[in-house]
Design a protein around this ligand. Structure first.
Ligand SMILES: Nc1ncnc2c1ncn2[C@@H]1O[C@H](COP(=O)(O)OP(=O)(O)OP(=O)(O)O)[C@@H](O)[C@H]1O
Length: 947
């Protein structure tokens, strides 16, 4: 297939024209939000993390801090001016300064390290050395000079005279300790008092690190730039070879799916944030009232599909922008040795879905040095995705031309299939009149007898809420309204869903159950737990053809649609599928059942676990066209306080796409509210709130319970397990199994990766792991294996570096299989020991985290999930100064201090607020050349925050 088009590149967006008609250009909705500082939430730009709840970072600004910030803000810009020697004064140093910066590494903890400043008066007149100080002092160094120079007793330096000032470092913790030295001078003139003081500044960067940190440090300096080049105006496209060309699925497509493309005007309107503006062209103005009406009226069955079409379109517009950020330039490919018809392209981060590339997807490449008009673009179909590479099927034409070291530019595309399924689902919801299910009211429901049940999982016998939920689901008491199971982490939501499925399967001979979740890992967990008591022949794990079989737990493969010969997942015929009593499938792949013609009403029960993680249209894929709105039972389980749906578009987020169906029903529908008169209880016919936590030690739960669950969470975890680490000798205080280890690290980046890492935190983590390894199985401590420990870090690079450390450090290699991952990868999981590395150590990046919804700061839901995974021991490693700027973290750190669980760098060592403010106020920065200059760049990072 050949297509002729033109690609135009402008500053903020790309566009592609097809024979004069505008086809594609990219509008970044974040630009307007970020510029105006009004971001409603932010997309995840970092590989290790992905969901997008509203950011909540609200730096704490006391009046004192505000004043200090104002002063610092006044001292902005003109860095070059400040570091210059001037007025005849020259300052040299040992170690030497480079562009005003004195960097040095201290390799021995606790040993004195001296930085010398040598001040010389090279002018022809006398100059007073009036004052010097370190902006933002920490107790890890002291300032030393013989004469104790200060404004009251300045030192007169005559021409040629010199003087030394020393900074004595004595550091007991590994880390990164920056500071700024400020030197103040005043020429001696007549009459006295008429001279203008001036200042010279030097930055100090002390790094205290060990050999491991050396190994883990940046492989090459951070350099995000790629040699992008403007494409010639027109192109021809050479089609590639898809992986499925040799594979046929038995499931026939019985229902056509539209393309659901967004209208061109919407992208234009998105640039104006869907708001009226005097700059809005008349051609767009005519569309605005309809769009606004759709967004401003409450969601109901009447506007249901149209509203979600609009929100999904906005999401797609932003997805197109985001995927472009992964484009690669001047990359080589290699021939696949096992199949010479395929080429291998290295794509760092692809394993973590950055960019998201699945089997069957297409990407475009062209030769980097192709200067032809039109340029040839080769489509490559993804045959396999491996750790950091994709294996691609191209046309014969490219293969014939291919030689090693040939350079390519690569463009990634979004996969529209899940979007199209969501569009179709919201349409089907209207066609099949799902109003009773999606907007239920109790006029439709009746009372039903609760069955007596003997639980498969005997634990549930002791929990009246879990038991009642199973009984109500079986009796269909909520029908046609969905039954909701919600509750904080570790309260047994998944266990309850599993029990209900088993009970339905046992007691209702004609039942067919669809068990869904948004992610493959949640579906696998459901399936594993179900296999316990259900006849294995009646249960089927249906996986998407795009899934890599190597990511599926071995014991599930034989109960799935895996075809060993093809080493792929094939979709079986409709007849085969409907023969199973229980099908476990992700929400998106459930759309295949609709396309395959599985009749509405075939599934008598549909369960959706982790329902809070899916946007509503995604949830609907598993419902619309499958659930009979009168006879079917829908069950949703999840926790709206944990990580929510992944969203890219700030406009879609602003207008409600980020709210899951579970959350909408709980917040907006009367059936799921606490009753006003009956002791503020929920109506158990429709909803069960689980409050008994079976996972964690109370000390671990304390802060999440207070902040997110109104202290309703009750501790029911097994006493032996929850107290297993209470006597651990490395706890700051025995009996309190929560540790906050303060670290003054540095968040670094390397090569062209935008992701952050912090080697000092890794050193501390390795230390804890070594301690755990040496003490496990002794003095009452349980024996530990890699499956008992989890390490959570918010950035992909940190995850990668921690894995590297596990593979590098002697004894720890035994534990190299410890799960290290983002918070998202830990949702729904639990471990005996959880170690959290927060990474962030420079306030400069906090705003960026907020804008891109990465990291821990500014995201309460991510904090909540990370803090609630541990059963017996929680260790958090982070920079207390930066984290304390967020109220949630401040609370956690204060709690650790009060309970004596705080250890590591004593951030109270940092200078008191009042001292800093008064000292800053007295600086004589405003001479003619440094008027209102920006020390902001130079001062300790803490003070760079509040801009
Ligand atoms: N009634 C019970 N008695 C004892 N243990 C239970 C009970 N219910 C659940 N558990 C245990 O509690 C732990 C958490 O259960 P589960 O994973 O179902 O919780 P969840 O609410 O789904 O958690 P999350 O919100 O983190 O996904 C599991 O180890 C489970 O076996």
């Amino acid at each position: 297939m050949f297509q002729e088009s033109q690609i135009i590149t402008r500053q903020d967006f790309f566009s592609v024209e097809t024979k004069g008609e505008m086809r594609v250009y990219y509008c970044d909705q974040w630009k307007s939000f970020v510029q105006q500082n009004t971001s409603p939430s932010a997309p995840d730009s970092d590989p290790a993390s992905s969901s997008s709840p509203r950011p909540t970072f609200k730096p704490i600004l006391t009046p004192k801090k505000k004043l200090a910030t104002e002063i610092l803000n006044k001292l902005r810009s003109k860095r070059a001016e400040l570091i210059k020697d001037k007025g005849g004064i020259e300052i040299s140093s040992d170690p030497k300064a480079t562009k005003g910066n004195v960097s040095f590494t201290i390799e021995e903890l606790g040993k004195l390290f001296v930085v010398k400043f040598h001040i010389v008066n090279q002018s022809e007149g006398c100059i007073y050395f009036t004052y010097y100080t370190a902006l933002h002092k920490m107790r890890c160094f002291t300032l030393v000079d013989k004469r104790r120079v200060n404004r009251v007793s300045p030192l007169l330096l005559c021409p040629g005279e010199d003087y030394d000032v020393e900074v004595h470092y004595n550091v007991n913790h590994p880390g990164h300790f920056p500071a700024t030295m400020y030197f103040e001078f005043c020429p001696e003139v007549d009459p006295p008092g008429t001279a203008k003081p001036f200042c010279i500044v030097r930055e100090l960067e002390a790094v205290v690190r060990t050999g491991l940190a050396e190994t883990l440090g940046p492989e090459s300096p951070y350099n995000p730039k790629q040699n992008r080049r403007l494409r010639p105006k027109s192109k021809v496209v050479e089609e590639g070879v898809p992986p499925e060309s040799s594979i046929t699925h038995d499931l026939k497509n019985m229902m056509k799916m539209n393309q659901y493309r967004y209208p061109a005007y919407l992208k234009e309107l998105a640039k104006y944030k869907l708001e009226d503006s005097e700059h809005l062209p008349a051609s767009l103005k005519q569309h605005l009232p309809r769009v606004r009406r759709l967004l401003d009226t409450q969601l109901c069955m009447k506007n249901y599909s149209e509203r979600f079409h609009l929100l999904l379109h906005l999401e797609e517009i932003q997805m197109e922008v985001d995927i472009k950020k992964y484009d690669l330039y001047g990359k080589t490919m290699t021939l696949d040795k096992t199949n010479k018809k395929l080429l291998i392209l290295k794509v760092p981060g692809v394993a973590e879905n950055r960019p998201s590339v699945l089997r069957g997807d297409k990407l475009n490449v062209c030769l980097s040095d192709d200067r032809n008009q039109p340029i040839t673009v080769y489509e490559g179909y993804v045959h396999r995705v491996e750790l950091d590479k994709v294996i691609l099927g191209f046309s014969r034409k490219l293969l014939q031309k291919f030689v090693n070291n040939m350079k390519f530019d690569v463009e990634f595309n979004i996969n529209r299939f899940p979007l199209r399924l969501q569009h179709r689902a919201v349409e089907l919801a209207v066609q099949h009149a799902l109003g009773n299910v999606l907007f239920p009211s109790d006029k439709d429901t009746g009372h039903s007898e609760l069955p007596h049940l003997s639980m498969f999982n005997k634990d549930l016998e002791n929990n009246p809420e879990q038991k009642a939920a199973v009984q109500h689901i079986l009796s269909g008491s909520s029908r046609p309204a969905p039954y909701l199971i919600f509750g904080p982490p570790g309260t047994g939501k998944t266990v309850t869903v599993v029990e209900a499925i088993k009970q339905v399967d046992k007691s209702k001979a004609q039942s067919h159950i669809l068990a869904c979740a948004p992610s493959n890992s949640a579906c696998d967990l459901l399936c594993e737990r179900l296999l316990g008591h259900v006849d294995a022949h009646r249960i089927y794990r249906l996986c998407a053809p795009s899934r890599d079989p190597r990511t599926v737990p071995q014991k599930l493969l034989k109960h799935s649609n895996w075809n060993e010969a093809q080493d792929s997942f094939l979709l079986p015929s409709k007849e085969t599928l409907i023969g199973y009593s229980i099908i476990v499938v992700t929400l998106v792949t459930a759309g295949r059942l609709v396309s395959g013609g599985v009749a509405m009403g075939h599934f008598t029960h549909i369960f959706i676990d982790e329902a809070g993680q899916a946007v509503e249209p995604e949830c609907i894929i598993g419902i619309a066209g499958l659930l009979d709105p009168l006879k079917g039972q829908l069950v949703l389980a999840g926790d709206p306080q944990q990580l929510g749906p992944v969203l890219r578009s700030p406009l879609a987020q602003l207008h409600g796409l980020g709210q899951s169906l579970l959350e909408r029903l709980m917040k907006r529908n009367a059936l799921y509210q606490k009753s006003q008169d009956d002791n503020s209880k929920y109506d158990s016919r429709f909803v069960t709130k689980l409050l008994r936590n079976y996972r964690s030690h109370p000390a671990i739960l304390k802060i999440p319970n207070e902040l997110f669950y109104e202290n309703e969470l009750q501790v029911f975890a097994n006493q032996m397990e929850r107290e297993a680490f209470c006597q651990w000798e490395h706890l700051p205080r025995k009996g309190f199994p929560v540790v906050f280890h303060g670290v003054m690290g540095k968040d670094e980046r390397e090569a062209n990766s935008p992701s952050f890492f912090n080697v000092t935190e890794i050193e501390v983590i390795v230390n804890y792991l070594n301690n755990l390894m040496q003490t496990q199985g002794k003095k009452g401590l349980p024996k530990l294996g890699p499956n008992d420990i989890g390490i959570i870090a918010p950035y992909r690079k940190q995850v990668e570096k921690i894995r590297k450390a596990l593979n590098t450090v002697g004894e720890l290699k035994k534990w190299k299989d410890i799960k290290v991952g983002s918070v998202e990868e830990f949702q729904g999981q639990e471990r005996k020991v959880i170690i959290v590395s927060t990474v962030r150590s420079s306030v400069n990046y906090v705003k960026m985290d907020q804008d891109f919804n990465i990291g821990f700061l500014s995201n309460e839901k991510r904090f909540n999930v990370a803090m609630t995974r541990a059963k017996g021991l929680l260790i958090v490693v982070g920079n207390p100064v930066i984290l304390s700027k967020d109220p949630t973290w401040q609370k956690f750190i204060q709690y650790c201090e009060q309970e004596q669980g705080y250890t590591g760098f004593d951030y109270k060592d940092a200078e008191g607020e009042e001292d800093v403010v008064s000292r800053l106020a007295s600086l004589k920065i405003s001479s003619d050349d440094t008027d209102e200059s920006p020390l902001q760049q130079h001062v300790h990072p803490e003070w760079r925050a509040e801009q």
